[in-house]
Design a protein around this ligand. Structure first.
Ligand code: PLP
Length: 427
């Protein structure tokens, strides 16, 4: 794509943007440009409405909501899963909305990690989100293993990117399970999930993905790729609200397996209320639910997913690629030379990028603070990355233009130098 400099040009891109109309359906923070939707998506009127609807049902139906809600609450997790299935290339019964990201990792790995004498290692990588690595180590310990020996972490060659070739080279016949992210939380690199799944399958290794940083901004083809399982959070690009309920995908070839962490909500609905002492797992992905659907943490997602489906994930991806490329173009053109010295840590190839851009700077922490003081909300990830996420549904090209002008002004005026080098707890 070829871009030009200047605010008029940004406004022209906005005028041509087929998704521009969605911006007004979100609550924006007054006077701020919100570039952190890859951490926590903004509230939309649609999500607010579905939450209020469930509150109203609670108010008027009480416990009757479980069977008498407009969508009976007892099936809410499956219904929302079905609504999400199109954006990840799954069948409706392969997705269920339940638990939380790390909890769902535990539920899935407890099922799919079946170490034996020959194959007992889990293959992951050192750039994944730490919670996943903590959970994998815990799962290995639960099976009597030693994470120092049994958790193989593929290393990054440059401290940013993980090469698919290095992952494939590590797929030895000692590996029982592979767990990888789709998009890396720091660099924004998108892994080739189709290729990795094919290579794993050829070696008889089970493979799953944490798609928290890609679902809602990148189309997925879980079924076509043949992924064994996946999970993702719903509070980033899906805008389901802080700590929103997560999602699980289980490929239908695994239906009928007994979930490693069983609970009554995973029971077949037709026998659930028989209250039998024996677990009778559901015949699809809903078997991986554990306890009662957390209605109030799930309800905003209903409106949020409807909006994503209405906009269309392919159109969202199209804008995401264009607006992230535009952002990288502006950083290259305006901010790469001294005294600015910003650089891009995200791969340039469209097929290797998710929805955010990692902008690197040697004083990134303080620049990030100075940006916040100017009303831009980015986030910082150590050691030197400012993450900027131009969310397709609510960030405009002129927002991106202004963010880059703010970055320039921070350095021009030395505004970051006023801030302490000490980092705060939540970054
Ligand atoms: C890639 C990834 N995995 C896991 C988590 C942990 O999610 P949760 O706190 O919802 O368990 C996060 C949180 O941001 C994440 O980004």
């Amino acid at each position: 794509m070829k871009f030009e400099l200047g605010e008029d040009y940004a406004l022209q891109l906005d005028a041509e943007d087929p998704l521009a109309g969605y911006k007004d359906r979100f609550y924006h923070l007054p006077g701020k440009i919100y570039m952190d939707g890859n951490s926590l998506g903004l509230l939309s009127r649609d999500a607010e409405k579905s939450l209020l609807h469930i509150l109203e049902e609670w108010k008027t139906l009480g416990i009757g909501g479980w069977s008498g809600g407009e969508i009976p609450w007892i099936t809410y997790a499956e219904m929302l899963g079905a609504m999400e299935s199109g954006i990840v290339g799954a069948e409706p019964e392969e997705i269920v909305v339940c638990g939380g990201t790390t909890i769902n990792l535990h539920a899935l790995v407890a099922t799919f990690y079946q170490p034996d004498r020959r194959r007992k290692k889990i293959l992951a990588d050192e750039m994944n989100f730490p919670s996943d690595l903590y959970a994998l180590a815990a799962q290995i310990r639960l099976r009597g293993g030693d994470p120092d020996e049994d958790l193989i972490l593929v290393e990054s060659r440059d401290g940013r990117i993980i090469e698919e070739d290095d992952i494939i080279d590590a797929m030895s016949d000692e590996v029982a399970l592979i767990l990888l992210p789709s998009v890396y939380y720091r660099s924004g690199q998108l892994l080739d999930m189709g290729r990795l799944t094919k290579e794993a399958a050829e070696r008889g290794i089970t493979i799953g993905f944490d798609c928290s940083h890609s679902v809602g901004v990148v189309p997925h083809h879980f079924d076509d790729w043949g992924v064994d399982f996946a999970f993702f959070c719903n509070y980033k690009y899906l805008n389901g609200g802080p700590g929103a309920t997560g999602s699980i995908y289980v490929n239908r070839r695994h239906f009928g397996r007994t979930p490693g962490l069983a609970g009554w909500f995973g029971n077949d609905r037709s026998t659930m209320f028989d209250m039998d002492t024996r677990f009778d797992p559901a015949k699809d992905a809903s078997a991986w639910q554990i306890g009662t659907t957390t209605m109030l943490s799930t309800a905003p997602l209903e409106g949020a997913i409807r909006m994503i489906n209405e906009a269309g994930i392919e159109k969202i991806r199209e804008k995401s690629l264009k607006i992230t490329e535009y952002l990288m173009f502006l950083v290259d053109e305006i901010l790469s030379d001294p005294p600015y010295s910003f650089s891009i840590g995200t791969p340039r190839e469209p097929e290797r990028r998710g929805g955010h851009v990692g902008v690197e700077h040697e004083d990134a922490w303080r620049v990030n603070e100075a940006l916040k003081a100017r009303g831009v909300i980015p986030d910082f990830r150590p050691p030197n990355v400012i993450r900027l996420a131009p969310i397709p549904l609510y960030i405009s090209y002129s927002d991106v233009w202004r963010v880059v002008q703010h970055l320039k002004a921070v350095i021009d005026n030395g505004e970051h130098e006023k801030f302490s080098k000490e980092r705060s707890v939540v970054t």
